[in-house]
Design a protein around this ligand. Sequence first.
Ligand code: ZN
Length: 419
Amino acid sequence: MDVSARRAFHLLKDLAFERLSASEDERRAAERLMAEARSTGAEAHIEEFQVPCGKVKSARLLVTAPYRKEYPVTGYERSLSTPGLDAPFYYAEDMQPVHLQNAAGKIALINGRLRRADYEKLQKAKVAAILTFSGTTLDRESETDCDIRKLRETLTEPFGGAVALNLRAADAAEIVRRGATQMHIEIDSESCEGTSRNVCATIPGTEFPEEIVSFGAHFDSVHFSTGVYDNMSGSVIIMELLRYFAAHRPARTLKFNWFGSEEQGLLGSKAWTAAHKDELEKHVLMVNVDVAAATLGQNRAPVLATEAAVGYIDAMMKEAGIPCQVKLDIYSSDCVPFADNGVPAVNFCRFGAPGANYIHDRRDSLRSGYIDEKSLDITLQQTLYFAKRVVNARAFPIERTVCQDIRDKVDSYLFRKKD
Ligand SMILES: [Zn+2]
């Protein structure tokens, strides 16, 4: 049994639907992946975990002075509710001290994503509500969506809840341009718990069964996105690897994990690493595949280990004739909880080139014409070449070390305070 990009791309097409964290569709995708994994003869099962969710029943925003107009908005999931809040509007831009000094009690619009440091500043400044915008001022309403965002626990736990809404960039620009001073907002929102899933498969090693190499790829997507690039591409690549190693038994034990809820803050891989501490001790490496198949693109391999591991992987890629920039770096994906537990990790990705790279919105779709089977095969062959070499090596070639620089990056990524 050899790997097949054609078969992989067929599976990708079958699973090209929105797969939101803890949704019925995420469950449906998990079951399909499990059935596919079992069809290789490998043991496979689903592991459930709980995730914080939110339902927004309705959200409204009206400018009330100096003109009156209602704008379409989405409420942040897990936002606080308000039956009606009337307050001055304030454009707090990038939250400089001058902005924050003047923001108390106001409905504050900010630039960009609501990051944790921004949220902390806004909460300390005692704003009445938070507005963000998404997309570009060029967006046409018929061709784009007003993004639905979430107040994650990493924000609300340390800094408390808030009323938060998102609107379109073009509307935000109009509101600022027309000099809005007063607003009325409403949101009916509810926080709840949902069930998300990881799909897990194992192939026992023939010679060194106590040493584990695990392969990971997240299979969830975000609102409005079918996530074919991010990350059904990686999901089907590791499925082909499972198929290969089920037929060509490896010297070391292999684990394959398709993680749910990655897009909500790596929740699937965090749940898996928390539930499998004993196995983590036996892990010698984690290989993660997150985004591939871009027709116009470039290959990247961020390594969360040591410079020696980078040199080894870089040399191997050159030997194989696979162009790839290998670098010691963190990568925002399921490799992080593994590195956090001392397990070296490597990511194989093919990023879309500028102008051919759509992620986290409706354009991450087969209709966008930016991914294809031949390009999927690049990362498939790359990951297979690497995997065959390391899982069957006489002595494991990568030291079980995550260097201090990467450990520091992981700590700050996971919002840990430095001593
Ligand atoms: Zn991803």
